[in-house]
Design a protein around this ligand. Structure first.
Ligand SMILES: [Zn+2]
Ligand SMILES: [Zn+2]
Length: 103
């Protein structure tokens, strides 16, 4: 009651966007915005880590990691494994351990 209805069920589908109005000289400011229809949710890049995100490749839910924030359209670890040149799998695993251990 009185609570705003979520635009969709399940996790947000984040895309990295350059936030021009917050651009500092020499340092681009990125946000991650949900691209699902009707959803206006967004978070600064440093706060997206640990959030649930829908994979742009397979559509499954995964937890955002630091390497994933370097991708414009983040994808999950199993999709990352198919493209080893994207990010180091070791880095992803280390970050996931850190995040899961933090809970
Ligand atoms: Zn959303
Ligand atoms: Zn995936």
């Amino acid at each position: 009651m009185g609570k705003r209805k979520k635009a969709h069920v399940g996790p947000h589908k984040y895309q990295r966007i350059l936030w021009k109005s917050r651009k500092v000289e020499g340092e681009p400011y990125y946000i991650f915005k949900c691209m699902l229809p009707g959803c206006t949710h967004f978070v600064p890049r440093e706060l997206v880590i640990g959030n649930e995100c829908e994979c742009w490749r397979c559509g499954k839910t995964f937890i955002m990691t630091l390497p994933a924030t370097y991708l414009k359209k983040p994808h999950c670890m199993s999709c990352t494994k198919g493209r080893p040149e994207d990010v180091s799998v070791d880095d992803v695993t280390a970050n996931l351990d850190k995040i899961l251990g933090g809970f």
